[in-house]
Design a protein around this ligand. Structure first.
Ligand code: SAM
Length: 278
């Protein structure tokens, strides 16, 4: 496990993932039933953008730095901007909140959050950041295995974020298997998978495998391409693939992806949404 999210925290991909995550949380905490959220690859929780790692890539400056310094950014980023402000107490972009902080702050007292982080150092950091609070469980366990063990049965509301590093060639296959297994236990589970886009053949195969694994679920695919896909060795963009997505997510997801592509992309960049199984 070489991947450390500190190098990439607050980049264009985090902006799309986290804006959509906050939208899903708002939507799914609107009802009476308690919500369970499983974060299979949680990361360190809070990232110091003044660290050498974050400064070396410059990804946060180009991402969240740009967002914060653009007053007329679309409203879809409002909740994320507010969370970044809360994490910073005055200094606009020293710290960037990861999915655990965003989720924990978005939940009600009756909801539950389970975070899995396998790296011991990032797990220790995450434990330090998360409040000791009933309903919040932070595990130093393999999210692929622990995630499925924690699935609540249908009809209990369940939101799952699968955000693997994609440094291993079988991360996509594991994600498809996990989606299929989760839907067998809770057919209403909303499962959001973050995926890189390098070339279309690999990405289309992933989407098609997810469609096969979830043939009865509406799937919203939001693509954010920073440039054309001419060089498959580069990460040319990313996507959020949301199984059992609420319809309301589409407009915001589209707006977020288009804005990021227009602000942070190059020629050939674009944002787009598409439904499968609907
Ligand atoms: C992309 S980062 C997560 C970022 C986080 N979800 C966020 O949005 O702030 C992926 C994380 O997964 C962790 N990881 C890698 N393999 C794992 C596994 N099998 N189970 C749990 N965590 C894993 C890595 O150490 C890394 O911190």
């Amino acid at each position: 496990m070489n991947y450390r999210h500190l190098f990439h925290a607050g980049n264009f991909a985090d902006l799309l993932k986290h804006a959509m995550l906050l939208d899903l949380l708002r939507e799914m905490t609107g009802g009476d039933l308690a919500l369970t959220v499983i974060d299979t690859h949680a990361g360190a929780g809070l990232y110091d953008l003044a660290s050498g790692a974050a400064r070396r890539t410059g990804e946060a400056v180009a991402g969240v730095g740009r967002l914060i310094s653009t007053p007329d950014a679309p409203m879809v980023f409002g909740a994320l901007k507010a969370a970044v402000a809360r994490a910073n107490l005055g200094d606009p972009i020293r710290y960037y909140p990861g999915s655990p902080v965003l989720i924990q702050q978005g939940l009600r007292p009756r909801d539950r959050y389970i975070a899995c982080e396998l790296r011991p150092d990032d797990y220790a950091a995450l434990k330090g950041v998360m409040p000791r609070q009933a309903g919040v469980l932070v595990l130093n366990e393999d999210g692929w295995a622990a995630g499925i063990q924690r699935v609540t049965p249908w009809p209990e509301p369940l939101l799952v974020l699968i955000d693997p590093p994609f440094e291993r060639p079988d991360d996509g296959v594991k994600a498809v298997d996990l989606i299929e297994a989760m839907l067998l236990r809770n057919r209403g589970a909303v499962v959001a998978l973050w995926a890189p886009i390098k070339d279309l053949t690999t990405f289309d195969a992933l989407v098609s495998d997810i469609q096969d694994a979830a043939p009865a679920a509406p799937i919203l695919i939001t693509e954010l391409r920073l440039r054309g896909l001419g060089d498959p060795m580069r990460m040319n963009g990313c996507a959020m693939i949301v199984v059992n997505s609420p319809s309301s997510l589409e407009t915001h997801a589209h707006e977020a992806a288009e804005w990021i592509a227009s602000q942070m992309g190059e020629a050939g960049g674009l944002g787009r949404t598409e439904w499968r199984n609907r």
